[in-house]
Design a protein around this ligand. Structure first.
Ligand code: GUN
Length: 282
């Protein structure tokens, strides 16, 4: 029987700390502010943006949400980003991805002031993470590291296997595990004999976006299994990338979906916004 890592509980503990720091900053006349921009009508993105706004309100941040129509041009979106770059009430700017196809994610992200890039997607922030001198850490991988720390799981010296190589999760996750002195392997769709690699993992982080992909036979007895996946089944139920029923009996620790990594992502966004606000007064 695995220990279930309760992401909701850990997220609420971290958010309580953020709320306390926010209250202290407000006494000095600074209210952390986050601007979220969403373009178009993607239903999943709308839910994420609503939750980001709610998260801000709960910890006492100022928040602004910009809902732009699908046909917004690159010039219009860049004009808004540039306006927010110069707005002292706003310490963090997040452009919800994916953008509609006619807009180039990279162009938009590289126009966000790196000091306000609370997603840590700007190339300056990605480079800083690579050399271990970061201002912000990307929200989901940072959330995974907090879950490991607060569960008392040591990374140093462990075999860490990351399944998935996205810029948002897989690549930065591998880097954070490396900085924590793990021995890290990144797997992807071209990996030969994936199960042979995943079975080596003391800590297995899965972020590939395929429902129930990792099964019990792919996991070592006693492994820590972190499921970043968030997939919707045909019946509407949420499920991760890990087949919980067959993996949980073998794991020592496992994150559920929902209620594992998910609640940490917005928590780390709030943490990054707080960091940006604090840095703005130095
Ligand atoms: N879409 C899905 N995840 C994310 C994220 O972490 N940041 C942004 N900006 N968009 C997303």
């Amino acid at each position: 029987m695995a220990n279930i890592i309760d992401g909701k509980k850990i997220a609420s503990e971290v958010r309580a700390d953020i709320a306390a720091e926010c209250a202290a900053l407000k006494e000095k006349g600074i209210t952390p502010g986050l601007a979220v921009i969403i373009v178009g009508e993607d239903p999943a993105s709308k839910v994420y943006v609503k939750n980001k706004k709610k998260g801000c309100e709960e910890v006492g941040f100022h928040s602004e949400v910009y809902e732009l129509p699908e046909e917004t041009t690159e010039e219009e979106l860049l004009a808004l980003v540039h306006k927010l770059n110069g707005d002292d009430k706003i310490h963090g700017i997040l452009v919800q991805l994916p953008l509609p196809k006619h807009l180039n994610d990279e162009v938009i992200i590289q126009n966000i002031d790196p000091k306000k890039d609370v997603d840590a997607f700007h190339e300056i922030n990605v480079g800083k993470i690579m050399i271990g001198n970061h201002d912000f850490l990307p929200c989901t991988p940072a959330g995974v590291m907090v879950l490991l720390e607060r569960s008392g799981i040591e990374v140093s010296g462990k075999e860490c296997v990351v399944v998935g190589r996205s810029n948002i999760v897989g690549k930065p996750q591998a880097m954070l595990l490396l900085h924590a002195n793990g021995t890290v392997t990144i797997c992807h769709s071209r990996t030969k004999d994936l199960a042979e690699v995943t079975r080596r993992a003391d800590i297995l982080v899965v972020a590939i976006g395929k429902a129930d992909f990792i099964t019990g036979d792919m996991v070592k007895e006693g492994a820590v299994v972190i499921d970043v996946g968030m997939n919707r089944r045909a019946d509407g139920k949420l499920t991760g990338d890990v087949d919980f029923a067959t993996v949980e009996p073998k794991a020592s620790y496992i994150t559920p979906v929902p209620g594992g990594v998910g609640p940490m992502t917005i928590t780390m966004l709030l943490s990054n916004t707080l960091t940006a606000a604090k840095k703005s007064v130095k």
